[in-house]
Design a protein around this ligand. Structure first.
Ligand SMILES: Nc1ncnc2c1ncn2[C@@H]1O[C@H](COP(=O)(O)OP(=O)(O)OP(=O)(O)O)[C@@H](O)[C@H]1O
Ligand SMILES: [Mg+2]
Length: 230
């Protein structure tokens, strides 16, 4: 199986005042096509930073991030934006929906940015809301939805442009157990359709959904059944 995401000795250093924080400190790993991978680690261990690097939301301080074999360090910001829009869907812990738009419009937005024709956008947005079981809430604003419903809208939005890769940062972190299960089942269904899923969590019950669990501590991988650590 080829790697959809490959990290080669990736570091991300933040400078706060005079101090350097190594949020990700020399990580090498591959994510294979169709995999359901979970990244676990304590708060502050670098999970969100690692996921942002995998999703080209941010560039590493050093090392390489390859998406589908393409070295992203050779790409312009514009080209990176295109890769994100076409290949990658993000689901954030805090949903990050646009408050002034309805559920429907939030799901439609990535397609609008990609230039998908109106009829196709509307068909696809409605289809996704139906798949997520929230079609009835299409015309509601995020503030009129429960947390679980907002997260389902966020997943629908992440899937709008049919990404190969779905990156989820603590997608059930703000949900009750029942809504969390609904959201995890929806993510699992996407993986069964062939979408590569990388999910960050510190909840062992959530990690059970994954076929491979990578553990990080202080920005370093301490356990990865997918590779031999030397
Ligand atoms: N934009 C930033 N500027 C400065 N330091 C940052 C920034 N983002 C993260 N850090 C630092 O990098 C380290 C890793 O942060 P990160 O958010 O990746 O951890 P995390 O594992 O996602 O934590 P949590 O479980 O609390 O979400 C922390 O020490 C954090 O303070
Ligand atoms: Mg985090």
């Amino acid at each position: 199986m080829r790697a959809v995401i490959e990290l080669v000795n990736v570091r991300k250093v933040y400078r706060i005042g005079g101090e350097e924080v190594y949020a990700v400190n020399g990580v090498s790993m591959s994510v294979r096509k169709g995999e359901f991978l979970c990244i676990m680690g304590a708060s502050g261990s670098g999970k969100t930073t690692l996921l942002s690097l995998m999703g080209c939301l941010d560039r590493p301080t050093s090392g390489k991030v390859l998406i589908d074999g393409i070295d992203t360090s050779s790409l312009s910001d514009r080209e990176l934006t295109d890769i994100r829009r076409d290949k990658i869907g993000f689901v954030f812990q805090q949903y990050h929906l646009i408050p002034t738009l309805t559920a429907f419009e939030n799901v439609e937005l990535p397609m609008l940015l990609k230039g998908v024709p109106k009829a196709e956008r509307e068909r696809r947005a409605m289809e996704l809301l139906e798949i997520m079981g929230i079609a009835k809430a299409a015309n509601r604003k995020p503030s009129e939805l429960s947390g679980g419903m907002q997260q389902r809208v966020a997943i629908a939005r992440a899937l709008a442009n049919d990404p190969e890769i779905l990156l989820c940062d603590e997608p059930t972190g703000n949900l009750d157990t029942k809504s969390g299960e609904v959201v995890m089942n929806l993510i699992e269904e996407q993986n069964e359709r062939g979408v590569t899923v990388v999910l960050v969590t510190h909840d062992p019950d959530i990690a059970k959904y994954a076929e491979r669990v990578v553990r990080i501590r202080d920005g370093k991988i301490v356990e990865d059944p997918g590779i031999k650590l030397g």
